[in-house]
Write a protein that binds this ligand. Structure first.
Ligand code: KG4
Ligand code: ZN
Length: 339
């Protein structure tokens, strides 16, 4: 089954052709990172306009790279929420137009379901598939969720962030330390090889699988002020101090997320742990989850952790094999819940 997946929920215009939910024939991503970098975050209006400019060449690029014509497709899958309304609209309408013109089934996909199914992409050893139930950890720019997945399409939300998402925390930490946008990769790079001689706090929220990162952000700010890193002094901040702060911050986020993911696995007798979302590209987080979870850990390749069309096509495949399709009256759902 050949599925065209389209993703425009935030700042990547992305399209891909995926066969049977696993094999990537093409995966085209037009990133807007450089455009939003000067604002230190994603500007919704700028994102929508850029999606409009990019959507046709990106979809055409994905089809031609896959050497697939529209008539070869079996369905079109598109992210319809959650995300920025104006951004989602561009992908959803492009998908509807293709589905209508070619008489193809149209499948709306939840963005986080897409991040979940990234773990199945290029996973070509069914014997190593741990089976259900699984715990899914989605750590992205907008979410930090722990989900119990009992089967394909069957989700229960176990925990979520009560304030900032982990990716948002990385982005804010990077801004504070003068490391640029997006913050996650910048903080990881700055922290490489550094060991902090101090600890930043962890919000354990005992007895709950929820997260909280806003206290950590405030603690980082205080420590950065104390160490003379923020506000940045003339001539720039001391590189070693920045590295120590980045390392201490990352250590705190990684410690809490990996501990809670492992705890969720134990509590629910899960057979595996799946990671998804931009923050799961983080090296130390990947390593900590592998060390702490008492079960196999499935993590997409780093480039498939951030937003892409292939994950939407993969999630669309698993909906389609269950016979799901949406009408062309499907609207965008900026606050769509997964479960
Ligand atoms: O999933 P994603 O591409 O978009 C959303 O759906 O939000 O996630 C983007 C987030 C950003 O906050 C970015 O800083 C973070 O993922 N991120 C990382 C890393 N790479 C991207 N965070 C930590 N370490 C990384 N290596
Ligand atoms: Zn995402």
């Amino acid at each position: 089954m050949l599925i065209l997946g389209i993703e425009t929920s935030c700042d990547e215009t992305a399209a891909a052709v995926v066969e049977d939910g696993r094999r990537i024939l093409s995966d085209t991503v037009a990133s807007q990172v450089a455009l939003h970098a000067r604002y230190g975050g994603v500007v919704p209006e700028v994102a929508s306009r850029q999606h409009l400019l990019q959507i046709v060449p990106v979809v055409q690029g994905a089809l031609s790279e896959a050497e697939v014509a529209m008539d070869d497709l079996d369905a079109v899958a598109v992210t319809y929420g959650p995300g920025l309304a104006g951004a989602l609209m561009v992908g959803v309408n492009a998908g509807k137009a293709i589905a209508f013109a070619r008489g193809l089934p149209f499948v709306g996909v939840h963005h986080l379901e897409g991040h979940t199914y990234a773990a199945w992409l290029e996973f070509d050893d069914p014997a190593a598939d741990p089976g259900f139930p699984l715990i899914v950890l989605i750590a992205s720019g907008a979410h930090t969720d722990l989900i119990l997945m009992r089967g394909h399409g069957d989700y229960e939300l176990l925990g979520r962030t009560r304030d900032d998402a982990s990716g948002e925390a990385f982005d804010k930490a990077a801004r504070l330390l003068g490391l640029g946008f997006p913050g996650g990769p910048a903080v990881q790079r700055a922290a490489e090889g550094a060991a902090a001689p101090f600890r930043l706090p962890r919000a354990w929220l005992k007895g709950s699988l929820d997260f909280s990162f806003s206290g950590l952000k405030t603690a980082l700010l205080r420590k950065a002020q104390e160490m003379g890193v923020h506000p940045a002094p003339e001539g720039g901040a001391d590189g070693e101090a920045v590295a120590e702060l980045a390392a201490a911050f990352q250590e705190s986020v990684v410690d809490v997320i990996s501990a809670k993911a492992a705890e969720a696995v134990r509590l629910h007798g899960a057979r595996g742990l799946v990671l998804g979302g931009g923050v799961s590209a983080n090296g130390p987080l990947r390593q900590a989850c592998r060390e702490r979870a008492p079960v196999p850990v499935l993590i997409p390749a780093p480039r498939l952790c951030t937003d892409n069309g292939a994950m939407i096509a993969a999630a669309g495949y698993h909906r389609r094999v269950r016979g799901a399709a949406h009408g062309l009256d499907l609207d965008v759902a900026p606050s769509l819940a997964l479960a």
